[in-house]
Design a binder for this molecule. Structure first.
Ligand SMILES: [Zn+2]
Length: 305
């Protein structure tokens, strides 16, 4: 392991000793940030600061074919324009692939992962993997790598969405951690980095609610500490679709940062904040931050952008 990455492990230990709220904003650069991303950034920032916590930014860019040109630069410009103040250097997951590989090796040594040679055609329309390759003992090289799941019910209580459970073997089957084309799956990178960055709290959009049990399962296998989750209701467009690059959500206009910040806080049903420099507005929002006011449920009603 490189010196830089052993430093990351040492950092993890010192943060864990502090035992302090640590939160993050972790966008994927599959398009420029839109109003939905801003809501997540604002909520994760205010929640961390209202708990005297740390807050970091992580760019989730392992899925290289899906990266949209220029969107990483737009994310970085947005962090500046909204005057968020991360407590650590922004990290890029594509620079950390050897860390995820070393965790895959660890899981392999423990017998939790195996190579899968099934083609998309063989898997067909069945969304639950039947474990076809589980006992074939195939070499890992140039194959998809799956992690075993078992029949236990995995539950967590979300700070907004209540209790959610999944039996991964019934709902999903053994799932992919690395694709045949070598791309590290989002689930693995998230779990490893939340651990290495000493995260205690995850605040993100409700579109990721269904990923949580998989991430908890991986965290259990790796003996990582448990996290607290808060999944925010999603802003919708006037077609009733969540804002995303796929449905052409508008990029944040960074010349309108104070106005957009006001609208994001309004969408979260927080007390009004006066128009000012974003840093001042965020200070006021943190002082007033109240998660009880955030609408329950997985979508925000009446947000039409
Ligand atoms: Zn298979």
């Amino acid at each position: 392991m490189s010196a830089k990455h052993s430093l990351a492990l040492a950092q993890r230990q010192s943060d864990a000793l502090l035992n302090r709220y640590s939160g993050r904003f972790a966008p994927s650069p599959t398009g420029p940030l839109h109003f939905g991303s801003l809501i997540t950034a604002v909520a994760s920032y205010c929640d961390a600061r209202a708990h005297q916590g740390r807050w970091v930014v992580r760019i989730e860019d392992t899925d290289i074919p899906r990266i949209y040109p220029g969107s990483e630069a737009h994310i970085l410009r947005s962090i500046d324009a909204f005057q968020f103040e991360p407590d650590a250097e922004i990290i890029f997951q594509k620079d950390r692939l050897d860390l995820y590989e070393s965790v895959l090796e660890q899981l392999h040594a423990q017998g939790w992962v195996y190579a899968c040679q099934c083609t998309r055609k063989m898997l067909g329309s069945n969304h639950i993997y039947q474990g076809t390759c589980r006992d074939l003992g195939l070499a890992l090289k140039d194959q998809a790598i799956r992690v075993k799941v078992d029949a236990q019910e995995i539950c967590f209580t979300d700070r907004l969405q209540g209790t959610h459970c999944s039996n991964l073997s019934q709902d999903l089957g053994d799932f992919v951690l690395k694709r045949r084309d070598g791309i590290i799956n989002y689930q693995l990178a998230v779990v490893v980095d939340d651990y290495l960055q000493g995260m205690t709290h995850v605040v993100r959009g409700a579109d990721l609610l269904d990923n949580t049990e998989r991430q908890i399962w991986l965290g259990q296998l790796l003996d990582y500490p448990k996290l607290e989750y808060m999944h925010l209701p999603l802003a919708m467009n006037d077609q009733g679709q969540k804002l995303s690059k796929q449905n052409m959500a508008q990029a944040l206009d960074l010349n309108q940062a104070p106005q957009l910040l006001q609208q994001a806080l309004q969408a979260l049903h927080q007390a009004p904040v006066d128009l000012d420099a974003p840093r001042i507005m965020l200070q006021q929002a943190i002082a007033q931050w109240d998660i009880e006011q955030i609408p329950k449920g997985t979508t925000l009603k009446g947000i039409f952008l």
